[in-house]
Design a protein around this ligand. Structure first.
Ligand code: HEC
Ligand code: HEC
Length: 405
């Protein structure tokens, strides 16, 4: 972090501490108003009523920042395992304090809110000084994980992430925290992500299924209060089921190479790296198209991540046009920043540089970003790379790290 950024960061942290002194501001989770405006714009609708009713439904399912709830009975009814431990949740939530036995409470507020915000929107007070911005957990999309592109991360992925941080970004390492504290924070991230994704789904469904947003207010049988009419209950249950299930099955979605990488040395290693370099520049993987010759990062690209695209380009708005961004900024959206394909010659990989991580990176790409995955094929067919070719490419990527030593 640069000097001036660091100062502003500290100022933001202090401002946050002062504001946390009076807890009134964080008695409730803020509504996802940027998404609500996105929907209102794309459907030409009013979302005020839907917002209020969705917020009330979320309160009854998930509680508040100081008093979280967990819809265990609903999950039992839906025959779903719980991906979150409620005792951990209570430890990570609420005000910062300690119990007599030394147990820390309020962990999320102590360590994460300054960047990720109370509801996990990624727009905490220090977020504007970060590039990339802190993650908005409410999309349910995560970049650095061992699972398939569209899948949730496993608990282990999140634990490792907190232990190591994300090199080259503002996301710090929390390796000094006790493992129970890290464990509780992992539960809290999953909780915020589930809550935020259910909120998004419910906002969509109010419009698509429940008559909200039209000229006439929805009648009682369509109002999103819970428990409610069967139709409304179904909408809520479907949203919860869809989101929670993805977290429950995450561990089955881990991407495993068929064969492990073989350790090579000398000429064999050099030849494999040379072949990897050829695949990097070749037409199938075409990594060069974004990362430049030998990964030098000197290609002009102007693209945005999915979090930003949702309320900009996908609505036909230009992210750099301040006037069209203003209504979103007023509701808490951060200034859109382009996403830049990495200069690989720096040799810093955010997801780590061990072979299996890089294998997943190449075959899955990076969720939420323009970086695509390369198709893995069993035999050379001009459409994808074989396992051996992927390993060549892995060795080529690893050579960036060692060369810069
Ligand atoms: C100084 C700011 C900062 C703090 C404090 C911070 N983070 Fe982050 N966090 C970030 C940034 C920036 C990213 C985005 C990194 C990227 O896109 O590669 C991020 C990303 C993440 C991700 C998403 C990783 C992925 O795979 O997509 C998780 C989960 C996360 N942080 C959890 C936490 C938790 C839990 C805490 C508190 C224990 C925390 N963060 C504290 C800045 C911060
Ligand atoms: C469409 C553009 C595009 C293409 C094609 C592309 N990338 Fe990327 N790549 C990106 C972007 C954007 C990022 C930065 C993502 C981020 O940090 O969130 C990135 C990041 C990376 C990283 C850093 C990962 C980390 O852990 O920090 C590596 C390594 C990488 N790409 C390798 C490749 C390889 C190898 C290929 C070809 C198989 C490739 N990329 C193709 C856009 C692209």
């Amino acid at each position: 972090m640069h000097g001036s950024r660091q100062t502003s960061f500290i100022a933001a942290s202090l401002a946050l501490l002062v504001s946390l002194g009076c807890d009134s501001q964080i008695d409730r989770f803020e509504t996802n108003r940027v998404f609500s405006l996105t929907l209102a714009r794309s459907q030409s609708l009013e979302m005020v009523e839907a917002e209020a009713d969705v917020a009330r439904t979320l309160d009854s399912l998930f509680g508040t920042p100081n008093a979280p709830k967990w819809p265990k009975a609903l999950l039992d009814k839906l025959e779903l395992e719980s991906p979150v431990d409620f005792d951990n949740l209570k430890r990570a939530a609420g005000r910062i304090s300690s119990e007599q036995d030394g147990t820390h409470l309020g962990l999320f507020r102590e360590h994460c809110v300054v960047c990720h915000g109370v509801a996990g929107s990624g727009a905490g007070p220090a977020s504007q000084f970060q590039d990339p911005y802190p993650r908005d957990f409410r999309h349910g999309v995560f970049k650095w994980k061992s699972t398939k592109r569209a899948s949730k991360p496993t608990r282990e992925d999140l634990e490792k992430l907190l232990q190591h941080g994300v090199s080259g970004t503002g996301m710090p390492s929390f390796s000094l925290l006790a493992s129970e504290d890290v464990d509780a924070l992992v539960d809290y991230v999953i909780y915020l992500s589930i809550r935020g994704e259910v909120e998004r789904r419910l906002l969509v469904r109010t419009v698509s299924d429940l008559d909200y947003g039209g000229e006439v207010a929805p009648g009682d049988e369509h109002r999103l209060t819970y428990p409610a009419s069967e139709a409304v209950e179904e909408v809520v249950e479907a949203a919860v089921k869809r989101v929670v299930k993805q977290w429950v099955i995450a561990a089955d979605e881990v991407v495993q190479p068929t064969d492990q990488i073989t350790r090579l040395s000398g000429d064999e290693l050099r030849e494999s790296i040379e072949r990897g370099k050829a695949w990097f520049h070749g037409p199938i993987a075409n990594c060069v198209g974004c990362h430049g010759v030998e990964g030098n990062g000197r290609v002009e690209t102007l693209d945005y991540d999915d979090w930003t695209k949702e309320y900009t380009t996908r609505l036909g708005l230009t992210p750099t046009d301040q006037d069209s961004m203003q209504p979103f900024r007023n509701l808490g959206a951060l200034t859109p920043r382009p996403i830049v394909p990495r200069n690989l010659q720096v040799g810093v990989f955010r997801s780590g540089d061990d072979a299996s991580r890089l294998y997943r990176l190449i075959t899955q790409g990076i969720a939420g970003t323009p970086m695509p995955g390369v198709l893995r094929v069993d035999e050379e067919n001009g459409k994808g790379l074989t396992e051996t070719q992927v390993w060549d490419l892995v060795r080529y990527l690893q050579s960036f790290g060692s060369e810069s030593l």
